[in-house]
Design a protein around this ligand. Sequence first.
Ligand code: FES
Ligand code: FES
Length: 506
Amino acid sequence: MIEFEVDGQQVQVPDDGSSLLGTLRDHLDKRSAKDGCSPQGQCGCCTVLINGQPRVACVTPTRRVKGRSVTTLEGFSPDERARWGGAFCATGASQCGFCTPGIIVRLAGLEEKKPDASEDDVRLALAAHLCRCTGWQTIVDAWNQRDIEINDTRDLAAAAQRAELEGRNEQTVSAAVALGDGGFADDRAPADALVAVLNEAGKWVVGESLHQARTLAGKVQGRRTTLEPTHPVAVPNGDWVATLQTSWVDPAYLETDAAWALPGQPAVSPLSNGGAFGGKIDSIVTAVAEHLATEYDRAVRVLFSREDAIRLGAKRPPVAGAANADGTGVLRVVATPGIDEAIHAVAPGLTVEHVQVPTELRTSTQVRGAGWVEAVALLALAAGKLDRVQPIDSGWAEASVTSDGINVRVGAGQVLDEVVLRSYCIGAAHMGYSLVMGESLAVDADGIVQDLTVRSFGVVRASDTPTIHIEIVDESGPAVNASDAVFAAVAAAVALHTNAITWPHT
Ligand code: FES
Ligand code: FES
C-alpha cells in the first residue's frame, strides 16, 4: 500500500503501478482532475498540487507521492472554490469546463508563488495547458477578477441557452462547471463498471479498472513526429487570382470520447457539456458501450485514449482551391459526403470536387465549419477584401486584423447573455486564427497519421494569440448562433492579412 495525503485526508491505496491521475479518479473518486491525454502529460487537464507545486498527475507515478501532500481542486477551501469558480463563471473563462480545473489549480499555484503575477506571467503559465473553447483571453480576465467580489446576478438559464446555440450542444453555465462538475460521461460512470479500451490492433479490451484494461491493451504511447504538415490535395491547374491549400487538422477537443451504459439501456453520451464543436457527434463509443454492456450484462465504461481520438475521430477535410475575384472557382475537398451543400451555401460560384486520397483518417461535415470556412477564406483572398460573413440561419460577423489585434463585430439576434456570447466569439476568433496560423496533423504518404499527441495539433498558445476585440451589436429578433460566422470571418481576415495561401501559414 502507498500512504499519502489527499485534500487534507490520509489515504492508503494499492501499489499497483497506477499513475496519480488513475489513483485519484478511480480509487479516490476525485473527478475534478481530468484525463485529456493521459499518459502524454501535455494538456494540463490533470494538474494538481503536490506539496504545493502544480504537477500533471497523469505522468506522476502514485509511488512518487508516498508521504506527500496532494491537493485537487476538490480540496480547495469553500472560499477559494467560490472565488475561482465565481471569477471563471463571471468572465466566461470556462465553457465546456473540461480543461478548467487544471487551469485553476495552475493559477492558484502561480498566485501562491507570485501574488503580483502579471498577465504575461499568466499567459506563460497557461503554456502547460490546452483549451479548445475559450481562446485564453477570458481566462486572463478571470485571473484579473479573482479578488473582485462577484455580484453575478445573471440569468444563468439564458446564459445556458446562448451557450447551447454557440456550442450546438446541451450546455450548463455555472461556477460548478468551472470547478469540474460539467457532467462528463467518464466522471459519472458507476464505480463498479467494467472498462473497455482499444488495443493496438483496434480491438476492445475489457478490464475491471481503467488501469487493468490499459495494461491488458498494452498500448504504445503516442508520439509526435518532426514531419512537416502535409497538404494532400493538389491545387487546381489554371490561371487564378487566388489559391488556398490546407492540411489535415484535428478538432482538438480536450475531453476524449467516453460513454457508459447499463445492460439494455441507451448509453450516456460523450457530448455532455459541449466543447467538441461537432467533433464527437458521430463517435462510436455510445454504440460500443451499449453492445458491451449487453454482452457482459454489466455496466461498461468506454474510453478513447488521445491516440484513439486522433486515429478514429472525425477530421476537418483538407481542401485545395482556386478562385477568381468574381467568386467563381474550384474547391477540391477530400471526399466527404454532404460537404457540397455546406460550401455552396456560402460560395455558390465554387465548383466542389471530391478527391480520394490514401488515408486511415475519417472526415466529416459535422466538424465546425468544415469546408465552408475555407471557402469563405478563398473567396476573400480572391476578392482582396472580406465582406460580412452570414451563413444561412445564423448571425453575422465582420472581422479585420490590425496592429491592435483581431477586431470582430458580431450580430447574434437577441444577446441572451453577453458574457457567454463574448466568450464564444473570442474562442471562435482564436479557433480561426489558430486554424490559419498553427494547426495541422502530419500524415505520411500512405495516409497513416504520424502525429499522435495533443501538442501535435498546433493549437496556438495564449502567449502567441493576438488581443481579440469583440463588439456585440444588440439586435432584436430570435437568438441565433454567431460564433461559427466569427470563426469563418476571422480565419478569412487572418488569411487576407498574412496572405496565407497554405495553412498552417509559416
Ligand atoms: S491528462 Fe495529464 S496532461 Fe493531459
Ligand atoms: S473550456 Fe477549455 S476545453 Fe472547453
